[in-house]
Design a protein around this ligand. Sequence first.
Ligand SMILES: Cc1cc2nc3c(=O)[nH]c(=O)nc-3n(C[C@H](O)[C@H](O)[C@H](O)COP(=O)(O)OP(=O)(O)OC[C@H]3O[C@@H](n4cnc5c(N)ncnc54)[C@H](O)[C@@H]3O)c2cc1C
Length: 495
Amino acid sequence: MTDVLIVGAGPAGLLLACELRLAGVDAVVLERHPRRPDFCRGFNLNARALDVLARRGLADRLIAEGRRVPHAAFSGLPVTLGLAGAHTDHPYSLGIPQTRVEEVLEAHARDLGADIRRGHELRVLEQDADSVTATVATRDGEYRVRAAYLAGCDGGRSTVRKQAGIDFPGTEATRFSLLGDVELADPGELPFGPSTGPGGSVFVIPRPGYVRIITTDPRPPADKDARVTLDLLQTAVDDALGRHVELRAPRWLTRFGDAARQASAYVRGRVVLAGDAAHIHPPAGAIGVNVALDDAFNLGWKLAATVRGDAPDHLLGGYHTERHAAGAHVLANTQAQVLLGNSGDRLGPLIDLLTRVAGHSDGNRAFAEVITGLDTRYDMSPGTGHPWLGRLAPNLTLTVGDSTTDLATLLTPGRGVLLDLTGGSAVPESAAGWAGRVDTVAAACPGHPELRTILVRPDGHTAWLSTTGNDGLDRALEHWFGPAAERGGRSRRRL
Ligand SMILES: Cc1cc2nc3c(=O)[nH]c(=O)nc-3n(C[C@H](O)[C@H](O)[C@H](O)COP(=O)(O)OP(=O)(O)OC[C@H]3O[C@@H](n4cnc5c(N)ncnc54)[C@H](O)[C@@H]3O)c2cc1C
């Protein structure tokens, strides 16, 4: 018996394991592959993902290794979307392999005490009112394990989603692309970026020691999972360009489509879904890893509180409400990019209109915030009408005693933070009832002298904020963190 069984050690499963362990909840991760694959799907973390990881002190080590690109692209629009001035501490996209992000998360999860079992595949799941039981296959045979909750972070073809009976409505793929991580026999034959020929176009992305080639699959087979060979890719590239460009030394060959589907429920009884298991979408905008991390970050503290028994009734269901809406936006954004990228003349006027909007600095920034998820805003009722409410709270610079710190640092233990910005007089004694779940910190915020009190959820989103009194603070604490404990000393964190 364990608290939470996580199926899948991709970005979603690994970050969820970190979050649960941070909150003192046991987590067992089942991963069917004995080793991480030797190819890499994604190569970027966007501004929102970096902001999220920074709330746990995980961003800096990745930023130190990656390459910063200060803009984002919206397929089909002939404009660059700048991130300068966007609501983020990380106004860039970070070029870093998904496999490296997974390595860092896995090491962190193990350090925190997660039990990560590679070569263990979930075969069957059964749930009743009290628990979920999984049948797991390994090289040495099968075993069964029970958990209070089970998280399906097992990718787009999720066994968990299917076995929990959760629908996956959406649209079938109608366009397919071939992808090859290969070497060019003559690197001078094909430049990086798009090249167009009489039969179509080929996109070349530089990678260390090789290139990633993407081109339309002109004749997708009836079985879309049929193996992609170097010959097939070679023919498609040559046909598109109208000339022969020799490809060799394939590392990874695959086919992907533009299907868009979303689970009808992210929570079903004791089963929850996150990442690709909950949504698949066209790869435009390179956002899958980033949304998977965002899901896990939203889910972790809610699931932990539910397992511990101190969560308000609505909390876990709120994961569905918040992240299903965010996922729907991702599906819409990526589908719009596919439409504009394959529009022909019919959508010309729309492209023209959007290009003009993106030509204005506010419109350009809004586009960048929408496609990176920086515009994410959750409903925080009960709460005040402040513009920060529901959004990721800015990483405020704070003075605590003689030290300077910031909000992201205060959030690294994964608890809620109640900032008393009057230096110690604003927060009522009643807040002590949530000590342990919420750290009250008396601080000064020289950049925002108008602020009095801010309640920040463990995922960094502003839950309640006041520039005057404390009306509604207890209600907000109870809404997000459950009833106050009858006893308990106030936890004023000493830095
Ligand atoms: C060609 C391609 C390029 C991409 N490029 C980018 C990009 O540039 N940027 C970006 O952000 N995203 C990109 N993506 C998307 C990104 O890779 C995914 O969205 C992301 O990996 C989703 O993370 P996840 O944790 O939800 O699922 P996954 O990473 O798919 O992890 C799921 C894990 O579950 C395991 N699993 C499955 N079933 C079982 C089972 N029954 N038992 C045990 N384990 C199981 C799998 O082995 C896998 O390790 C790309 C995807 C593709 C295909």
